[in-house]
Design a protein around this ligand. Structure first.
Ligand SMILES: Cc1cc2nc3c(=O)[nH]c(=O)nc-3n(C[C@H](O)[C@H](O)[C@H](O)COP(=O)(O)OP(=O)(O)OC[C@H]3O[C@@H](n4cnc5c(N)ncnc54)[C@H](O)[C@@H]3O)c2cc1C
Length: 431
């Protein structure tokens, strides 16, 4: 088989890249070892679309991408017969606490013109009565005798009214792959890429576990938590200055208490004061995940094919009780409902959208638990990186940029380089 482009991975990133390249007139084959689009880490995503990152380029990327999620059907250009994912606007509240005062983000929002409000503790209580405004910093484990201590003060928050979430991340990836197929792309599910072939200068294609060779002069690594494995077999790991590795997480669903349902206008909440984030979900439920506080062990995984998908009682109890601190009316369910999932986390929690030393081999990986929202722009970046290489430009030496139509501002794609110095960020999933 011969094609212009092989995309490894049919998650939200691979799906978006495939659509972008198919729209640009290239023949594309998407290969995924799973059996459906979005069935990898994308399926576990909280799919939050927010604009709060620590660096200017990352905020701009999210701000530009958000417009695409809001106009999802128009962006795709085709209606998926299996259903369409939807953007649900809720707004986003981040508590200002000792470890995260939100100032870096606030200044970037001010500069770009992203609307926000500062809410003091009494305004927080008035606006969101289900939420407690106490300060419990630092986040604690439940075996810490101080876990149940009274609040030591009160917090304020930064609220942006425009954030939201996609109601079904796996369906969103399916929508992308469906649109890519409608534009001519082909899919090969249940096929595993086991080798990236090159002739010493450029990539020549991939080999599948079945032994089949697919010839292509462009190969994109969008393999999610398996991406470091793919970079290793491509032989490009050693040239990278930024590591990316699978990191195990757990996310939960629970009944939402009174005042924190979608119909109550409940926001997405980032609460680094207790170490959690949560958001309302359709059906009177809420989704809950962690923000990697210093007291929690990070579970790095050696092999993305060998890890435990079931939740653990200890982490579940910790997360539920942290949520109960922040929402006094939250009733902890009798049994866990959630899953384990993997991030492909980088050293600085910033993704890698880049070329490599092998002509034609590109990577869209290191998505660090925070890049669902950026998939549409990641795809544009990959297209521009391919076009730059074909034009003889050396992005490693002279980074290319992209001017976003919403802001009119240039995003430096070099900010997502594999060769960058580790950036100063929150050091968590917040990016
Ligand atoms: C629990 C959780 C919560 C998150 N919450 C948010 C959020 O609220 N907001 C946000 O913006 N981001 C969030 N993220 C991050 C975001 O969801 C991910 O960055 C994104 O889904 C990654 O998509 P992907 O396409 O790179 O990877 P995946 O969806 O994992 O897709 C990679 C695909 O590659 C395939 N593959 C791997 N190896 C091979 C191979 N050798 N051959 C063929 N196929 C292969 C896999 O089968 C898989 O389908 C979250 C992530 C997780 C895990």
């Amino acid at each position: 088989m011969k094609t212009d482009v092989v995309v490894i991975g049919a998650g939200v990133i691979g799906g978006a890249v495939a659509l972008e390249l198919a729209k640009a007139g290239r023949s594309v084959v998407i290969i995924d070892k799973g059996s459906a689009a979005g069935a990898g880490s994308t399926s576990a995503s909280s799919a939050i679309i927010r604009f709060s990152y620590s660096t200017h380029d990352a905020v701009l990327m999210a701000w530009e991408s958000a417009k695409i999620w809001e106009n999802w059907a128009e962006y795709l250009g085709v209606v998926d017969p299996d259903g369409m994912a939807k953007f649900i606007r809720t707004g986003y509240l981040v508590y200002r606490t000792t470890g995260y005062d939100g100032e870096a983000v606030r200044k970037i929002w001010e500069d770009i013109g992203i609307p926000y409000e500062i809410l003091d503790a009494s305004q927080l209580r008035e606006r969101f009565p289900a939420l407690d405004a106490g300060s419990y910093w630092p986040p604690k484990r439940i075996d810490d005798p101080a876990f149940g201590d009274d609040a030591t003060g009160e917090l304020s928050g930064i609220y942006d009214p425009l954030s939201g979430f996609m109601d079904d991340p796996m369906l969103a990836a399916h929508n992308l792959v469906n649109a890519a197929k409608a534009t001519g792309a082909q899919t090969r599910f249940k096929e595993e890429v086991v080798a990236i072939n090159n002739n010493g200068v450029g990539v020549t294609g991939v080999t599948l576990a079945s032994g089949e060779h697919i010839e292509a002069s462009i190969v994109i690594n969008a393999a999610g938590p398996h991406a470091s494995k793919i970079n290793k077999i491509a032989g490009v790991l050693d040239e990278m200055n930024i590591r990316h590795r699978p990191l195990r997480q757990e996310v939960y669903v629970a009944p939402a208490p009174r005042g924190f349902k979608l119909e109550d206008n409940a926001p997405i909440v980032a609460d680094l004061d207790t170490g959690i984030y949560f958001r309302p979900h359709p059906g009177g439920t809420l989704n809950l995940g962690g923000t990697e506080p210093a007291c929690d062990e990070l579970h790095w995984i050696e092999d993305a094919d060998d890890w435990r998908q079931e939740t653990t009682v200890e982490i579940w109890e910790t997360m539920m009780l942290r949520l109960a601190r922040r929402m006094p009316e939250f009733g902890v369910p009798v049994s866990p409902s959630g899953i384990g999932a993997l991030y492909d986390a980088t050293d600085d929690w910033v993704p890698i959208y880049d070329r490599s030393s092998i002509d034609g081999y590109f990577m869209a990986c290191g998505t660090s638990g925070n890049q669902f929202k950026n998939a549409p722009l990641a795809a544009i970046f990959i297209r521009l990186l391919i076009e730059a290489q074909e034009a003889g430009l050396n992005h490693d030496k002279q980074p290319i940029s992209y001017v976003g139509p919403r802001s009119g501002r240039a995003i430096n794609i070099g900010a997502f380089s594999r060769l960058r110095e580790v950036q100063h960020t929150s050091g968590t999933v917040m990016g």
